[in-house]
Design a protein around this ligand. Structure first.
Ligand code: PMP
Ligand code: GLN
Length: 378
């Protein structure tokens, strides 16, 4: 039968991880930590299992977890979301984003993505039968270009997808940029998916500017988070969507027939673990130290470092090292240097090639030292 996604192959993250394994390379490609999570979190989940929390939870998620999420957002961003009608626990951010798109986007609608963008967005929009409108972030700085975003808005625009801190460029949106977007969308009924999975990885004393902080954005936004990123458990696949009640009602109509619910004991364990704010408040310092270690190790090399203001990614310009296009360079790097990275072109629809690759520094210091030793051969 004709493919619904004829352009789609296997995601670059699986491809590069398989290649890293094949060549025994240090895997700084796919974004996941190679260190253990806090044993206290494991204990909390084990306790929940032993206490018998092993059957379906309520469809929107375990109430204790939704309450904890509401309290956290209120403390950090000053907006109160109702755990009953505005917070839903999802199977990671990936399911959250797909479900948000499916619940509000129809064939014929347009959805704006800011390129480069995470690789699930475009296929998700295509599955919904909608038209993808790609607006480039400014090449070089990756800052939003509001004139281009304004020019892309049309009467058919249903949704815009925002991601800050940004994968892959590691930029963060400022409060002024969030306000610009708020002003731009004010006269429209465009909805927003705000992918904030790296919300707790913002460095140098900056603050994460959640869409939840801006009334004119919050009223139209599905704000997406991921416990996998925040608590070093990417394999658990637990995330959240917060959105005004009317949007959440539509979200849950799809969610209930998509996954129905998300695994129960993890939700109980996370609810308990969230009681201690230090568990997420310590994240900026923790990852900033890794960022600084990795950057210091590459200083003086022929790889040019782009800023890394948030997320756990570091992009480098390798044009002083090689003329190969990004995909070919990434394959060469795995084979010859023994380090896996992600070509930034994988985040563009047309494979736009800027001689940039993305490294993930969410790794043990030993892993980073090994990788750096090998990268210094470049
Ligand atoms: N959005 C972005 C920008 C990501 O980098 C990721 C990576 N994992 C996701 C969404 C998906 O998160 P999850 O693992 O919770 O599905
Ligand atoms: N989000 C992670 C990254 O950008 C990987 C997630 C995945 O493998 N799909 O590397």
């Amino acid at each position: 039968f004709p493919s619904k996604l004829p352009q789609v192959g296997t995601t670059i993250f699986s491809v590069m991880s398989a290649l890293a394994a094949k060549h025994g390379a240090v895997n700084l490609g796919q974004g996941f930590p190679d260190f253990a999570c806090d044993p206290a979190l494991l204990d909390a989940v084990a306790e929940a299992m032993r206490a018998g929390h092993n059957q379906y939870p309520p469809m929107p998620g375990v109430p204790a977890l939704r309450n904890a999420v509401a309290a956290k957002i209120e403390a950090l961003h000053g907006r109160r979301y109702s755990p009953d009608s505005e917070i839903t626990i999802t199977a990671g951010a990936t399911q959250a984003i797909l479900t948000a798109i499916l619940c509000c986007v129809r064939p014929g609608d347009e959805v704006i993505v800011l390129e480069p963008c995470y690789d699930s967005y475009v296929p998700n929009i295509e599955l919904a039968g909608a038209t993808v409108v790609r607006v480039p972030l400014t090449p070089g700085s990756f800052r939003p270009d509001f004139d281009r975003i304004a020019a892309a808005l049309s009467p058919r625009t249903r949704l815009l997808i925002l991601n800050s801190p940004h994968n892959p460029s590691a930029t963060i949106w400022s409060a002024a940029e969030m306000r610009r977007l708020e002003e731009l969308l004010a006269p429209t009924d465009v909805l927003l998916v705000s992918d904030e999975v790296y919300e707790h990885m913002v460095f140098d004393g900056e603050q994460h500017q959640s869409a939840a902080r801006f009334a004119g954005l919050a009223e139209r936004a599905f704000v997406v988070s991921s416990f996998g990123k925040t608590f070093h458990v990417t394999g658990w696949k637990v995330g959240t969507v917060v959105a005004p009640a009317a949007l959440t009602a539509e979200f849950r109509k799809v969610h209930q027939f998509n996954v129905f619910t998300v695994n129960t004991p993890m939700q109980h364990g996370l609810a308990q673990y969230l009681q201690e704010p230090q568990h997420y408040l310590q994240l900026p310092a923790f990852y900033q130290a890794k960022r600084d270690l990795f950057r210091a190790g590459l200083a003086g090399s022929r790889l040019k470092l782009l800023p890394s203001a948030g997320s756990y990614f570091q992009c480098v310009d390798y044009s002083a090292v090689s003329d190969l296009p990004e995909q070919a360079f990434s394959e060469w790097l795995v084979r010859e240097i023994g380090v896996a990275a992600i070509p930034v072109s994988a985040f563009y629809g047309d494979n736009f090639d800027q001689r940039l690759v993305r490294f993930c520094y969410a790794k043990r210091d030993e892993t980073l030292h090994t990788a750096l030793q090998q990268l210094r051969r470049l």
